[in-house]
Design a protein around this ligand. Sequence first.
Ligand code: CTP
Ligand code: MN
Ligand code: MN
Length: 483
Amino acid sequence: MLPLKRRKVSSANSGASASHSRDEACKFPQVVLYLLERKMGTSRRSFLTELGRGKGFRVDENFTESVTHVISEKNSSDEVRRWLSSRGHHATPVHLLDVSWFTESLSEGRPVDILSSHRLTDEQPQLESGGEQMATFSLPVYACQRRTGLNHHNEVFTDALSLLAENAELCQDEGRALAFRRAAAALKALPEPVTDVRRLRGCPCLGQRSLAVIQDILENGTSQEAESTRRCERYRAMKLLTGIFGVGAKTADLWFREGVRNLPQLRRSGRILNRAQRAGVAHYDDLMRGVTRAEAHAVVQIAREAAVAELPGAQLTLAGGFRRGKPSGHDVDLLITHPQEGLEEGLIPKMVARLEAQDFLLYHKSSKKSNSGSSGASSMDGFERCLCIFKLPEPDDGGLWRAIRVDLTVVPAGQSAFALLGWTGSKLFERELRRWASREKNMSLSSHALYDNRQGEYLEAATEEEIFAHLSLEYVPPTERNA
Ligand code: CTP
Ligand code: MN
Ligand code: MN
């Protein structure tokens, strides 16, 4: 670089130089370009090279350590790196840019500012070059446009954000809860761990509050806000009380304000509990313990026997978290249908009577199918449903058993794709699907149907793939819906 600078200064001092040496014509000594021939072709490369030199850019014929900007066309950053290292160049140049940066610079007559759109995708962060030159993560806005597997790279951040979301839910602050949930979901979809908040600039779903949490963790190892929430008496009591089946945030809040902090205090308080809450207290430890996949399959088998005995040909599908590949869950979500629509009607009471006679039920509360007119597009309770607590015999018998939460839902065949999509989750993924449908497609999606508001008609679908297609979304398999 140094000789170049000196020459440039001398050429400036000596006025218009007669020399046609490219070094002397160079107006931007900090910028040393190298055009990659791969995919660009020889003739276009030499054309662009001449054009660049004519405008005062230094364009080198060969790749050397002094090259600062590699310009390429239709290559990913990985392809460029592989090409360079295949030629024995292992040092990474500062910038891997698309030819658009070069053509814009040519028309401006100077090197233009590098925008993220100029950088080749999957480029490594340029940490040493400061904020402006750092490659930022880019993500689609809606969680249903992204693939989110069970495992990801940012657990330390998502744990804190999820805890804050949960606390906001316990405070019945839905807006804040959703903001934290969306932020956590965005981090789950990133291809690598966050090491610098500046790389999150421009990422969707990350508000000031969530960014502050991330920054805090990056600087101090933990989030002050999350840690103090975790220790907070109200949070702990509310979490414990809402963990009781049949107790929501409202009830728990009432009890907390009356001094109830835990189960013994609740028992001593002599409050009158409803039937669900009594079952919840009676089986508290079992229900808090979580359900393994093996236990879920055992429940499916028991439920299937009962369903098929009452309705030959009945089909059961395990939905919820287990369908997304989770190894354990808080309940078992089961969808039941029959290929011949109409036959499934009235199945829940028959199944329940049978399961009860076999001593498989500790608790159940059925809800009938509501009239089709009254179940709005966003309502989830239009199906015949039963919230149950199963009494599941332990594998080695001996009369031992444990309590397990089970959700049974009976679905008419024509709606089964919608029900399956709606009951697979995650909850945030479902929310984002409905938000996408209404905001971007002017459609209403529910677990029953998809309605096109513009055309004024229902769109039929026999599979989840067809629903994604109606919504102009790329299909996301269940195991990638863990947003
Ligand atoms: N769901 C619903 N209507 C309800 C409750 C739940 O449609 N009244 C849907 C949720 O939207 C979610 C699915 O049922 O898509 C499963 O919900 P849930 O069992 O609460 O969550 P999981 O993802 O299965 O998580 P877990 O493993 O903890 O059970
Ligand atoms: Mn579930
Ligand atoms: Mn459930």
